[in-house]
Write a protein that binds this ligand. Structure first.
Ligand code: MG
Length: 388
């Protein structure tokens, strides 16, 4: 292999680089660029370095040639070819100190260590060399043991820094990956959370979501002493509809009814969901029984206005619903289950009374501290007449 016309030799003894198989092997394989204007000096340095085990010694006779080997001046060199520069101080043209400054100013090379090689008489110029970024120096005439020891220690440090930089880059990469995975996971969780609150057929809230909401509003109503109303909603003669129109039409009908209810029960705190089959449930916070009955009746009328033909209904040629309403001011021994049972019972009575109607059931408050607006509702604890 040649680089910029300079032959690389792979000869080399292991006199001083002991421990083959250890990191010393890696250090022996690291690239050293010798820059010196005198051929005798270059050959001597190369000879000593190779004799003490370094396998990749490159030579340059000027700063310019060195820049070429290092990939400066636009030339492209493989990264990591040169791990250490041995730089002669006194050279015709650009001297070693200026060359050192230029190499250190290059973003790709600022981490490449440079060791100055200088005659004893030039030692005073070393201050400039260190200011230019040199890491160490060695004086001529060259002492073989000293050269080997200095070169080896600088290369060991370079190797440690390379490894550390590599680890840091790797950590950074993994951290980025982890952040990306976390972001995707959160997105997926959010989507799942959303999906797990929706009914698959109708796209409105599912029973679980409505029950969660009801528990939350139950606690809030108990704290604030406000009325909480529940509507139980049933599509009239839905089994007949399915039997005469088919299950696909049945599903479409449920979708239309569900979304019509959602459009009509649209005050900010209201929530409607599918309770199961052709039954829906609505939670109306801060709403006493009479208000809930009004809301329910508007919802019932809006379903009639959908004008979905029902070929087998005993009450109307269109799809209709019956709604049971119950209200409660949570507290004392009352439970959510009592409230739902109350609305269910009202629904049953509404069906018994002929369907396509709203039936008002119980309005119960915890004993002792009914609110002003609720007080009038409390005495009528039994089923009220429907509002059709
Ligand atoms: Mg010289």
């Amino acid at each position: 292999m040649t680089l910029s016309g300079f032959p690389l030799t792979h000869r080399g003894s292991w006199q001083l680089l002991a421990n083959p198989g250890s990191k010393s092997d890696d250090i022996a394989a690291m690239g050293i660029l010798v820059v010196d204007d005198l051929p005798g000096n270059r050959v001597l340095l190369q000879h000593i370095l190779e004799a003490t085990g370094f396998q990749n010694v490159l030579l340059a006779e000027s700063a310019d040639q060195a820049f070429g080997v290092l990939g400066m001046n636009g030339a492209k060199t493989e990264p990591g070819v040169v791990d250490l520069v041995l730089m002669d101080v006194m050279m015709p043209g650009m001297d070693g100190i200026e060359a050192c400054r230029r190499i250190k100013a290059s973003p790709d090379l600022c981490d490449t260590p440079i060791m100055m090689v200088t005659a004893l008489s030039e030692v005073e110029s070393l201050e400039d060399a260190f200011a230019a970024g040199a890491v160490d120096y060695i004086t001529k005439p060259i002492n073989q043991v000293e050269l080997h020891a200095r070169v080896r220690s600088v290369l060991a440090l370079k190797q440690a820094m390379d490894e550390r930089r590599h680890r840091e880059r790797e950590l950074e990469r993994r951290e980025k990956e982890l952040l990306e995975v976390t972001r995707l996971l959160e997105e997926t969780n959010e989507r799942l959370r959303h999906l797990s609150t929706l009914d698959g057929l109708t796209g409105i809230s599912n029973r679980r979501r409505v029950m969660e909401y009801m528990e939350q509003e139950w606690r809030r109503s108990a704290r604030d002493r406000t009325w909480l109303s529940v509507l139980m909603i049933d599509v009239d003669f839905f089994k007949n509809y399915n039997d005469s129109c088919g299950h696909q039409a049945g599903d479409d009908c449920l979708w239309m009814v569900a979304n019509c209810l959602k459009r009509n029960l649209n005050r900010p705190a209201d929530m409607v969901g599918r309770y199961g089959g052709e039954e829906f449930i609505a939670v109306l916070p801060e709403t006493p029984l009479d208000g809930a009955v009004n809301v329910a009746d508007m919802a019932r009328e809006s379903i009639v206005s959908l004008n979905i033909p029902h070929p087998d209904s005993a009450v109307d040629p269109r799809v209709t619903i019956t709604i049971g309403v119950a209200s409660c001011m949570p507290g004392g021994d009352s439970t959510i289950s009592d409230l739902i049972t109350g609305a269910d019972r009202a629904l049953y009575e509404g069906k018994a009374a002929g369907r396509n109607r709203v039936a008002a059931g119980q309005a119960t408050a915890a004993p002792g501290k009914p609110s002003e607006e609720g007080e009038a509702m409390v005495p009528d604890a039994q089923a009220a007449p429907d509002h059709d």
